[in-house]
Write a protein that binds this ligand. Structure first.
Ligand code: CP3
Length: 330
């Protein structure tokens, strides 16, 4: 049996020394908008970590620039939206939005990365889920409780619909553009849906996610990911995706059982384990593989992105261990 495929979320993140060296000279936005640099960072992560898939170097918030967001990455804060969308008056901005061709630098990066990978390693394209991108657009900065977002959802459902519909249409076009440029699979990062009650997810998010996934070019696997989704798994399955991405708060075996047959799963090691010693990391890797039980259709990954202060040697070690341990148990 072949070993379980492995890749890591935030593969080319701040913990890789080469990334830090390049980042010292260019801003994150400049890197994303320079296709040769983005392609190089994509390939670098594969070479450095030994993973089985590449993920294009970009960010889920680039798409907000089409809505005139004034996106910035502020050290110590994270992504900041200078012009948040909140009041009914902001709805006008939704009507004057540029199409996703404004993100053609990502398509160029995909073409370059694919050529550099030479057909040896599949390339994953990605975008944010409409809820997660909307939450940044409304809050203006990272949030714990998403109160502004929820208030808008509850108190102005018509504006919420316009916002979600606009993001859904743009993101569908954007992902199809990535597929046309050569992405072999796409991941939808709806990272923060776990803050929602199941009924609110069903009513205010699921229809848009379903529409987005149904609108993607057929034949390209879709990974549908969120965190804190223990209460939403069946609904995520209903929304769609060939693979459901799980975080570490759920047992992967139980979650897969709830998702049912005919769907693959990705996950779900706690990224905090990469700050621990090697024995503890190996124990965690084994636990994930045991929960998957050798069933075909498991992609080994962390349950969320690699943390910024992770020793890069531990990111390499986790990839090696997942390969070794899945060979052994297979
Ligand atoms: O995995 C990869 O290396 C591919 C590139 C990638 C980035 N962002 C580049 C990036 C991917 C897949 C993302 C996705 C992303 N971005 C998500 C969804 C995944 C998740 O973590 O839930 C979200 C919510 C964002 C928004 C974002 N971008 C945040 C919250 C932050 C700041 C926090 C952090 O971890 O740094 C970013 C910055 C960011 N995006 C960095 C990178 C490499 C670090 C920037 C730096 O060098 O300072």
């Amino acid at each position: 049996m072949a070993p379980t495929p492995v890749w890591l979320m935030r593969q080319a993140g701040r913990y890789l020394p080469e990334y830090r060296r390049i980042r010292a000279r260019f801003s994150l936005l400049d890197l994303c908008k320079t296709p040769s640099a983005a392609a190089e960072l994509t390939v670098l992560a594969v070479e450095r970590l030994g993973v089985d898939a590449a993920i294009i170097f970009a960010d889920i918030l680039l798409i907000t620039e089409l809505l005139g967001s004034g996106l910035e990455f502020v050290p110590g804060v994270g992504p900041v939206i200078r012009h948040p969308l909140r009041a009914g008056a902001d709805a006008e901005r939704l009507r004057t939005v540029d199409p996703a061709e404004g993100l053609s630098f990502v398509f160029d990066a995909i073409r370059l990365a694919r050529r550099a990978l030479g057909g040896r390693t599949p390339l994953i394209g990605f975008a944010g889920g409409a809820f997660t991108v909307a939450s940044y657009l409304v809050e203006g900065r990272p949030s714990r409780d998403f109160l502004r977002t929820k208030s808008l959802m509850y108190e102005d459902p018509s504006f919420w619909h316009d916002l979600m519909q606009k993001l859904t249409t743009l993101t569908t076009d954007y992902l199809n553009g990535q597929i046309a440029a050569g992405a072999d699979a796409v991941q939808i990062f709806d990272s923060w849906i776990g803050c929602l009650a199941p009924g609110d997810y069903r009513r205010h998010v699921l229809p848009y996610t379903r529409q987005m996934i149904a609108g993607l070019a057929p034949g390209v696997p879709v990974i549908h990911f969120g965190t804190g989704t223990g209460g939403l798994l069946e609904l995520m399955r209903e929304a769609g995706g060939d693979v459901i991405g799980l975080d570490w708060r759920v047992d992967l075996g139980q979650a897969w059982h709830r998702l049912g047959d005919g769907v693959a799963v990705q996950g779900n090691l706690d990224p905090a384990l990469l700050l621990a010693g090697r024995d503890e990391i190996r124990r965690g890797v084994r636990a994930v593989l045991t929960a998957a039980g050798g069933r075909p259709g498991h992609i080994f990954n962390l349950g969320h992105g690699v943390l910024a202060n992770t020793p890069w040697e531990n990111a390499v070690a986790v990839v090696d261990m997942a390969h070794e341990e899945s060979w052994r148990s297979g």
